[in-house]
Write a protein that binds this ligand. Structure first.
Ligand SMILES: Nc1ncnc2c1ncn2[C@@H]1O[C@H](COP(=O)(O)OP(=O)(O)O)[C@@H](O)[C@H]1O
Ligand SMILES: [Mg+2]
Length: 625
């Protein structure tokens, strides 16, 4: 007993919390006019329920007047009955129309809020989640809130009004207590069985919904890997696993439907018994002269009518519970702190022009068990270029992400001019920095829109200048729709090198005070790289730049080169100095020279004459620059 009561207390507590959220989240999301409309809708609903609850009274009056021979009054009452039934139906139509706008507005606002919050969550949160999972969480959550709003307006409210009127009528009509007793017992039993059924259904619903979500996950993973699936000819395997996943969902829904059907059957049985018992009792009362014929009709009408609210109350419990389950993930998502909460800095960067980047003793690991960066210290004076080189996996991109505050360091300090990055507001920091990331993702929009995303107010001239610096012009020229070409979801319609050029153009267009190039030209062939490199050098002149490079030839001219190895800076200096020192950098340099020679040898066999010549001249100037 104690156990059960604590369960109920917990449930009550969580219900109260949810109601609080309901008020804060849902009610708060409504505009003043939406609230007025919701009040109006609720008024209509209450009116409809009241009319519905009172209508059997008119029928009773009609029957009683018929039996006593007062025909004209009986007709009047019958007309009133018809009018009441018609009114409550008409009200329902009006309600659904008015409610539609309120609910849609509410959904729209909720979607906007939820997606804004999802977008504001830390980068790490996004990486940890499967693609599509956040969107599904939001969609489910909005559906859940909608369900709860529907239930509150269309079930809870009419229940209160209807039960109130029914009780008032039954008591004032002096219905014999034996009948009232049976009616009450019926309502209780019915309610309890319904409640038990709902609990049972809840578990089953959760299992089924989870199986469904998993199946969706399997399917969207397959779609995300579409190219891999094709290239490994694994269609059959993928189809089979999708089929199996959906079959599991189907089986779970079958189980859920069975529970619903069995409970429905049980309830019909209880209902039949109650109707039989009350009518039997009422007939006896009529025979004994204690109840009029109209009273008999009233009892019948209310047995039928009392089922409605009780059933709807159960349905409401079910809708609320399902709504809660659906919103659970969205509610916890909304409770997750967003980036701004984790980085509460509010300072802005004073002045204009290039910034000095100072990194001191920086340490970081994505996972506390595995540090990735150890004691990194670097300074890039305003307007200078520092090149960061090192093997893949040594932590170069990680450092770039820390500079943009996509992650927070475990220890150490990052400063722009004299301001610690952690004191800056994220928008102040990120509007001063432009990044060309290692992998560029494009919006499913035109090339122009993708470029202007960096600075929507930029002029056509500025946009074209940025495109020229990035070597994007020849790409645009061959596209059938030029700047208005839609580049496809995630930029799949452009090659890696073309996307990279869009990313460079974006960064240039932004006009940053600190430029981060993370292997910005790695997907380009040597010749294009060289062409872009010189314009990039121009663009970077006077801008503080951190170049992360794989191909060392591209960073020979940097003011300083830092070699990174397993999360540590192991060497620093200018190209000639490092080469002469004969350390890690010199070894990397030699290794790349060798692979260039191998590349030439392969080219001699594989390529036709012109492309061979092109690549040879590219490589030669690569090496001799
Ligand atoms: N989001 C992440 N979560 C966990 N580990 C990561 C993540 N991103 C990168 N790493 C790990 O951190 C190390 C450094 O990666 P990265 O900075 O991308 O190297 P680089 O850019 O030098 O190739 C690698 O071992 C990589 O596996
Ligand atoms: Mg990298």
């Amino acid at each position: 007993m104690h156990f059960r009561s604590s369960i109920y207390r917990e449930r009550l507590h969580s219900l109260r919390r949810v109601l609080g959220e309901f008020r804060g989240g849902l009610w708060g999301a409504l505009s003043a006019s939406q609230r007025r409309r919701l009040f109006f809708v609720s008024g209509l609903v209450a009116l409809g329920a009241g009319v519905q609850g009172l209508s059997p009274l008119a029928l009773t009056t009609a029957v009683d007047n018929l039996t006593s021979g007062n025909l004209s009054f009986a007709l009047l009452a019958a007309l009133a009955y018809a009018g009441m039934a018609g009114t409550s139906r008409a009200l329902r139509q009006g309600v659904s129309l008015a409610y539609g706008t309120v609910a849609r507005g509410f959904e729209r606002d909720l979607y906007r809020q939820a997606y804004a919050h999802a977008l504001a969550l830390p980068h790490a949160v996004h990486l940890d989640r499967r693609a599509g999972e956040l969107a599904r969480t939001v969609t489910d959550g909005v559906r859940g809130w909608r369900r709860m709003l529907d239930a509150a307006v269309f079930t809870a409210l009419p229940f209160v009004v209807e039960v109130g009127t029914v009780c008032a009528v039954l008591i004032s009509a002096a219905v014999p207590s034996s009948i009232l007793g049976v009616l009450l017992a019926f309502v209780l039993i019915y309610g309890l069985v319904f409640h038990r059924g709902i609990l049972e259904q809840r578990g089953s619903f959760r299992t089924a919904a989870k199986a469904d979500a998993e199946a969706q996950g399997v399917a969207s993973d397959a779609l995300a890997n579409e190219e891999t699936v094709k290239l490994f000819t694994r269609e059959a395997l993928v189809e089979e696993s999708i089929g199996k996943a959906f079959a599991r969902g189907g089986a779970a829904w079958d189980a859920y439907n069975r529970i619903v059907a069995v409970n429905g059957l049980l309830l019909s049985l209880i209902f039949t018994f109650a109707l039989g018992a009350t009518l039997l009792l009422a007939a006896r009362e009529v025979a004994a002269g204690r109840l009029s014929a109209g009273g008999f009709v009233l009892v019948n009408a209310y047995v039928l009518q009392v089922v409605g609210p009780v059933e709807r109350l159960g349905q409401m419990a079910r809708e609320m519970v399902q709504g809660l389950d659906l919103t659970a993930r969205l509610r916890s998502l909304m409770a997750e702190p967003d980036e701004a909460a984790l980085s509460p800095g509010t300072r802005t960067l004073p002045g204009q022009g290039p910034l000095t980047l100072t990194i001191q003793d920086l340490a970081f690991g994505y996972d506390p068990r595995r540090p990735v960066l150890h004691g990194i210290s670097l300074v890039i004076p305003a307007g200078r270029t520092l090149a960061l080189v090192g093997r893949s996996g040594s932590g170069k991109s990680t450092l770039a992400r820390l500079i943009c505050s996509l992650y927070r360091p475990d220890s150490g300090a990052l400063q722009l001019d004299d301001v610690p990055i952690s004191d800056l507001s994220l928008s102040a920091l990120r509007s001063a920095v432009a990044v060309v990331p290692q992998d560029t993702v494009l919006l499913h929009d035109t090339l122009r829109a993708n470029l202007l995303f960096a600075r929507p107010e930029a002029s056509e001239r500025e946009m074209l200048d940025a495109a020229r610096v990035a070597g994007l012009e020849p790409v645009v020229e061959v596209l059938p729709e030029g700047w208005d070409t839609v580049v496809g979801e995630r930029g799949l319609r452009l090659s890696g090198g073309e996307k990279q050029r869009v990313a460079i153009a974006r960064a240039v267009l932004k006009g940053p005070r600190l430029l981060l190039l993370d292997e910005a030209t790695a997907s380009l062939d040597t010749r294009t790289e060289q062409a872009i490199q010189s314009s990039l050098d121009d663009a970077a002149r006077g801008v503080t730049t951190l170049v992360i490079a794989h191909r060392l030839s591209t960073v020979r001219g940097a003011d300083e080169i830092a070699v990174m190895e397993e999360g540590r800076i192991v060497e620093r200096g200018r190209h000639e100095v490092l080469l002469a020192a004969g350390g890690r950098y010199a070894a990397l340099w030699r290794a790349q020279e060798n692979s260039a020679v191998v590349g030439r040898a392969i080219g001699r066999h594989g390529a036709d004459d012109t492309s061979l010549r092109t690549s040879l001249s590219g490589l030669a100037s690569d090496l001799n620059r």
